[in-house]
Ligand binder design. Structure first.
Ligand SMILES: NC(=O)c1ccc[n+]([C@@H]2O[C@H](COP(=O)([O-])OP(=O)(O)OC[C@H]3O[C@@H](n4cnc5c(N)ncnc54)[C@H](O)[C@@H]3O)[C@@H](O)[C@H]2O)c1
Length: 324
């Protein structure tokens, strides 16, 4: 039982979650993956990348980057016109034989199955599977039920469909492979404003952690899973496709993808990407504050509760001073 004094918002008493006890940088590294780019067993020329949501933003940037590394690239998206445009760019870059353009709605299992069949028929393997398609339409707690269904069908069941269809085939390959699921910081910290999106990304965190554990415990598995958590990135979802200029605080999709690739190469599971506004230490402190809501018995989302405003600000100030 937590003593009442520790629940008082104005008490800054000892807490297991205070940053002073935080021991430093994350260390989820697999030594086998910490090798030079050209030697990496998965991310190297001649192998195969499959990317959903590849017609725009992060998925598009990833497709172009994989092509630059010499991988064959299969791109999938519901937006056929944009997908065709990205496909054209890729064909110019690496040639028709190395590009598959497969219009796909990830919410439809038959379309995902078709995507897998096209890739295995063409190239016989998958090295990198980027489960990236996502939507951010609004669904608040007691409104927008239809949007809740849409968001879960894409952001959650899209990921589940792709895993269910691809993982059994990937487990049969001898070559190592990786699955990169795109989550969100909103799935960790749950900021008020879009309950449906947050809940869908919390589900992606949960199911990707489960996937990583299951793969790790699968005899002879050569497949790893990674939770890619972009920072604020200037893409379709955040307004980029309307032609507006990138806000200073956001990263470009290319920056986010390059950071992701560096950390995937290093074998990290949680790939938490910063941006020009939010550095890693700020994310770390916010995540720990959210976890402390549970262990200290504070109100839900106390970070946005006026009674906790001063304490949260003090916590961030002290925490950053200690971590810097
Ligand atoms: N941009 C950010 O700041 C940010 C931050 C955190 C997480 N994310 C996540 O990154 C991922 C990529 O989004 P983005 O930022 O590049 O946005 P984006 O809108 O530019 O790209 C998302 C792509 O997914 C496609 N898509 C939507 N529904 C689909 C479906 N049913 N089947 C197949 N494709 C579908 C869209 O057509 C679009 O091309 C998403 O999962 C998003 O939630 C983005």
């Amino acid at each position: 039982m937590i003593p009442i004094s520790d629940r008082n918002p104005r008490s800054a008493g000892a807490s297991p979650m205070r940053p002073g006890l935080y021991t430093g940088t994350a260390s989820y590294k697999l030594d086998t993956m910490s090798v030079a780019d050209e030697l990496h067993p998965v991310l190297h020329a001649g192998r195969v990348a499959v990317i959903t949501g590849a017609a725009s933003g992060i998925g598009k940037a990833a497709a172009l980057e994989f092509a630059k590394l010499g991988l064959k690239v299969a791109i999938a998206d519901v937006d056929e016109a944009r997908l065709a445009a990205v496909g054209k760019q890729l064909v110019e870059q690496i040639g028709e034989a190395n590009v598959l353009i497969v219009p796909t709605d990830v919410a439809q299992i038959d379309q995902v199955t078709r995507l897998r069949d096209r890739v295995y028929e063409a190239w016989g393997e998958v090295a990198v599977l980027m489960n990236n398609a996502g939507i951010g339409i609004k669904g608040t707690s007691w409104e927008g039920l239809e949007n809740w269904h849409k968001i879960f069908n894409v952001n959650v069941f899209g990921v589940v469909n792709v895993q269910q269809v691809f993982v059994p085939s990937m487990l049969h390959q001898e070559n190592p492979a990786m699955i990169i699921n795109t989550g969100s910081k909103q799935g960790f910290t749950n900021p008020p404003g879009n309950a449906a999106y947050n809940a869908s990304k919390a589900a992606v965190k949960s199911l990707t952690e489960g996937l990583a554990h299951e793969l790790r415990n699968q005899p002879d598995s050569n497949v790893t899973a990674h939770l890619f958590v972009p920072g604020w990135t200037w893409t379709g979802i955040t307004g980029a496709n309307g032609g507006a200029e990138k806000p200073a605080g956001a990263w470009t999709a290319e920056e986010t993808v390059l950071y992701m690739l560096d950390h995937a190469r290093a074998g990290e599971f949680y790939i938490l990407v910063p941006d020009n506004e939010t550095k890693r230490e700020v994310d770390q402190l916010r995540i720990m504050w959210g976890a402390a809501d549970i262990v200290e018995g504070r109100p839900a989302l106390s970070r946005w509760d006026p009674n906790y405003k001063a304490l949260f600000e003090e916590y961030m100030r002290d925490g950053l001073a200690q971590l810097d």
